[in-house]
Design a protein around this ligand. Structure first.
Ligand SMILES: Cc1cc2nc3c(=O)[nH]c(=O)nc-3n(C[C@H](O)[C@H](O)[C@H](O)COP(=O)(O)OP(=O)(O)OC[C@H]3O[C@@H](n4cnc5c(N)ncnc54)[C@H](O)[C@@H]3O)c2cc1C
Length: 317
């Protein structure tokens, strides 16, 4: 049996941030992840200055692609263009998550957690790992959520986002970030997010319930998006093979702690209501969970904002 004080399931931003803080405070931490890092994570990779501040990242010392935008180009209902002056960034999750995981200095095991048991004061995972604290950071399908929280804190399908996306090598000619809000009656938005000169991320996300009530699909909206990108010349001669994922926006009062069991990031469903921003809330919840273990205090996600716009509007670094 491999022992540790804190076992974290999931090495995305939520898990690696909790680990980073705990290791710094002297805890013995193990992270299990079913994927071998660096791994693909579907995500536009847009981050706010707050994420960099919370993670204490100096962009001049970050060793991978990080693109700075001095405005976000919003388009509403196919009618209004609204360029918002701000300071925002994009990273590639393939690089960013691997870098954060290594930086955490936790012991990392490539392992898919399936069976989680509580025995007296300890947790046993797959009869292989034993810990005093357990953090569920496994994203939407987190096994810690499934085992301990799903009945107490059922997920709200009204908050479920379906997304399709592709990130690919591309000679980027338009280095701006474009966001098309609520086009073609989509309850959501689509994006064009460059990552330096050689990578591009294109995607679309919308709420499941609205798509169902309109008898529509995210695939249908994806086709409209690609046609438009070709028509306006943002993309030329590229054959897309998008992939899909789903996650949950912030709901009212989710249960996030049961004694020594903590839930962070998408395992809770913390993405912002207005923009579906999940990296920032995942990082913040990782920090809060770590502080709770370090200081033996109650863990709550109440202080994490439900909205992204305060971090976008006229935000200058
Ligand atoms: C298409 C799309 C675009 C997005 N764009 C943005 C954006 O631009 N900006 C933004 O802020 N947010 C965005 N989000 C949301 C953001 O990606 C998530 O909120 C964020 O990744 C959540 O981080 P996390 O650490 O909680 O989970 P994840 O990053 O999902 O990490 C969970 C980890 O747990 C591991 N895991 C899962 N199950 C197990 C298991 N049983 N055993 C071991 N390991 C397991 C997985 O392999 C994974 O590495 C987007 C989401 C999607 C789907």
């Amino acid at each position: 049996m491999t022992e540790c004080e804190v076992l974290i399931i999931g090495g995305g931003p939520a898990g690696s941030t909790a680990a980073w803080k705990l290791v710094k405070a002297g805890f013995d931490v193990i992270i299990l992840d079913k994927s071998k890092f660096p791994r693909l994570k579907l995500c536009a990779g847009w981050i706010t200055p707050k994420v960099l501040k919370d993670l204490e990242i100096d962009i001049d010392n970050y060793p991978y692609i990080i693109q700075k935008f001095d405005r976000l180009n919003y388009y509403f209902f196919q009618k209004f263009k609204l360029p918002i002056p701000t300071t925002q960034f994009s990273i590639r999750r393939y690089e960013f998550d691997d870098w954060l995981l290594k930086r955490s200095k936790a012991r990392v095991y490539h392992h898919k957690a399936t069976d989680i048991k509580k025995e007296k004061d300890h947790f046993i995972i797959d009869d292989m790992f034993r810990s005093k604290y357990l953090i569920g950071a496994g994203g939407t399908h987190c096994p810690v959520y499934r085992t301990f929280f799903s009945e107490l804190s059922p997920r709200n399908n009204g908050k479920r986002i379906l997304a399709l996306e592709e990130e690919f090598p591309y000679q980027v000619e338009d280095a701006r970030c474009h966001l098309w809000m609520m086009e073609n009656k989509l309850a959501g938005y689509s994006w064009y997010v460059p990552k330096g000169k050689n990578y591009l991320n294109v995607g679309i996300g919308g709420t499941l319930n609205a798509l169902r009530s309109q008898n529509s699909s995210i695939k249908y909206h994806w086709e409209l998006l690609i046609n438009k990108l070709n028509k306006i010349g943002l993309i030329n001669n590229f054959e897309f093979h998008p992939r899909g994922y789903n996650y949950y926006l912030r709901d009212k009062d989710p249960v996030t702690q049961l004694n020594n069991i903590y839930l962070v990031g998408d395992a809770v469903g913390l993405a912002t209501i207005d923009m579906g921003e999940g990296i920032g809330p995942s990082v913040q919840s990782g920090i809060l969970a770590a502080q709770s273990i370090i200081n033996k205090t109650h863990y709550s996600v109440k202080s994490i904002s439900k909205f992204s716009f305060p971090n976008i509007l006229f935000r200058k670094k």
